[in-house]
Design a binder for this molecule. Structure first.
Ligand code: FAD
Length: 519
């Protein structure tokens, strides 16, 4: 998974420079954009954020991927403090249950798998070992996966005195508290917050750029550049600029979700769970004080009542309220940046949270924007480049998600039959065919998911390569067996030294107990 540079070069200011930046929306996207831009360019810009408590935020978005840690570094946030505030836990990957066949379970673990003794990736050696006595599944060679299975965790960037990579992790947290945390850590005065509802967007008659916003209070807010973080409604990018939306529901047909928190029960797992159901899937996200749950489903194949019943029947603890309904159309805005308006978060597009990518797409959108920071004219060549890179990133994530649905052997419901038989984007079909034939996987440009991510999901979904790379034959049989068993032994030893996840959380970032909980 790639990292983009957050800091642009020194910005020279002149009469064409952007000075007034207006962000509409105070959900995770709005506050994350505000925090990052204020940190990078705060002294050069007047940043204003408008949000409406009456409209509120989407209130979901609790699982993340490891890139989120760069935000802490860039903003100078203390990880333990952030997790204490957001009641967060650590995440080593996503466990996917019942996707390939009912009863299947695998993890898409972050981090490396195995070791690379020569030119070719580890998994070719592992492929060669399949079917031999003592052969183990791929995940026996992933430190993250083995730690996750043991419910253990510690921060470990490298494994001392060993060639093994360390533990790569992300977070689970309370989504609304994360936005609040970011807001509280913006330098005083760097972002001016206005509570109010935008009721009108005024466009310039000359070039169609956004000139100003009118709030329900009557106040007019002018700006040089506008960031639309208004959520699904896309108030500026769609409501005012009519940019258009590309619908991907024919590939990712789920269109509704129900979200409900439940009392904490069971172990504090250091991973998200995503369990396939009859017409969608269900998430389970462990926080310190509760569990986040949700059912993402396709309304063509299951009623809302049935979806709610399935969700409630499989909670580990008592529900803490009624399931909250959400509707969405999977896809992306035709242009994430249109004229002097950039859309981020749900305003830019939506892909279901199966691999927890949405917050990351906000983060990378802001990084890209900072790297291409425009002047007031927003040169079309710059805008086009931003949109080209954004499309590439979205489409690769989209394909990765489609893989989970397409590569299924389930035929027990009409939904799964449809998924298994649907046409898929040609780029994804090419990747699957290449892997099936040769075991080869290549990560292109800055695409988000690495070879090991694709590898785990392809194998987890039962796509079996016909052969391994011939260079994996360079080791003789006993060398191969020794090589593999040494890695397993090393990983086993490291996992034994790790504390239980729950203990690590309690020690490093456990939230203070409320008085009522102590009685
Ligand atoms: C079911 C589901 C599960 C998800 N799970 C995950 C996950 O696990 N991981 C992940 O990374 N992402 C997840 N996401 C996505 C994630 O929730 C969003 O990307 C993230 O919360 C950002 O949302 P947002 O800020 O774009 O929109 P919102 O939270 O909807 O915020 C919109 C803001 O705009 C304001 N606004 C709207 N209209 C106006 C107006 N007229 N005037 C003034 N203000 C206005 C609102 O008040 C609000 O402040 C999930 C999404 C869904 C639907």
């Amino acid at each position: 998974m790639g990292t983009q540079q957050m800091t642009p070069g020194p910005l020279s200011m002149n009469e064409t420079s952007i000075r007034r930046l207006v962000i509409v929306g105070g959900g995770t996207a709005g506050w994350l954009a505000a925090a990052l831009i204020a940190r990078a360019l705060g002294s050069k810009l007047e940043i204003r954020l408008i949000e409406s408590a009456e409209i509120g935020t989407v209130g979901v978005g609790e699982a993340t991927i490891p890139q989120i840690r760069h935000i802490n570094t860039f903003l100078g946030l203390d990880e333990d403090d952030m997790l204490r505030f957001t009641h967060g836990t650590f995440k080593l990957g996503v466990q996917l249950n019942d996707w390939g066949r009912l009863g299947d379970s695998y993890i898409h673990a972050f981090g490396d798998i195995g070791l690379k003794p020569g030119l070719i990736p580890f998994h070719h050696y592992w492929l060669r070992s399949r079917g031999r006595p003592g052969a183990q599944n791929l995940w026996a060679y992933s430190l993250n996966a083995m730690a996750a299975a043991a419910h253990r965790f510690a921060r470990m960037d490298t494994v001392p005195n060993s060639p093994l990579g360390g533990i790569r992790y992300a977070y689970h947290f309370d989504a609304s508290r994360y936005g609040q945390y970011l807001r509280e850590h913006i330098a005083p005065g760097a972002v001016r917050r206005t509570e109010g509802k935008v009721v009108e967007v005024k466009l310039s008659a000359e070039d169609g750029f956004i000139e100003s916003l009118r709030l329900d209070s009557g106040e007019i807010v002018e700006g040089d550049f506008f960031i639309d973080c208004s959520g699904f409604r896309g108030l500026l990018i769609e409501g005012a600029l009519e940019t258009g939306y590309e619908n991907w529901q024919h590939w990712l047909p789920c269109d509704r979700a129900l979200a409900v928190a439940s009392e904490r029960a069971g172990p504090m797992r250091p991973y998200t769970q995503a369990t396939a159901r009859t017409a969608g899937w269900q998430w389970r996200i462990p926080l310190q004080h509760r569990t986040g749950n949700g059912h993402v489903y396709c309304s063509r194949f299951i009623s809302d009542d049935e979806a709610a019943a399935q969700l409630l029947a499989s909670l580990e603890g008592e529900p803490l309220g009624d399931p909250r309904p959400l509707r969405f159309v999977t896809g992306m805005r035709k242009l994430a940046w249109n004229r002097n308006c950039l859309a981020l978060g749900l305003a830019a597009g939506f892909m279901e949270p199966l691999e927890s990518t949405s917050i990351h797409l906000v983060q990378s959108g802001v990084s890209r924007f900072l790297a291409m920071f425009p002047d007031r004219y927003c040169d079309p060549r710059v805008v086009n480049e931003y949109n080209r890179q954004t499309r590439f990133e979205y489409e690769r994530v989209r394909d990765f998600l489609i893989l989970h649905y397409k590569a299924t052997e389930r035929e027990d419901t009409r939904f799964w039959k449809l998924c298994g038989s649907m046409d898929i984007p040609s780029e994804l079909a090419r990747r699957i065919a290449l892997f099936r034939r040769s075991g080869l996987i290549f990560r292109e440009a800055d695409e988000l998911f690495t070879e090991t991510g694709w590898l785990q999901v392809m194998l987890g979904q039962r796509i079996e390569p016909m052969q391994h790379h011939p260079l994996a034959d360079e080791l003789d049989d006993s060398q191969l067996a020794g090589f593999l068993s040494d890695i397993r032994t090393l990983i086993g030893r490291v996992v034994e030294t790790l504390p239980p996840h729950e203990q690590f959380v309690a020690r490093s970032c456990g939230r203070p107990m409320a008085a009522t909980e102590l009685c």
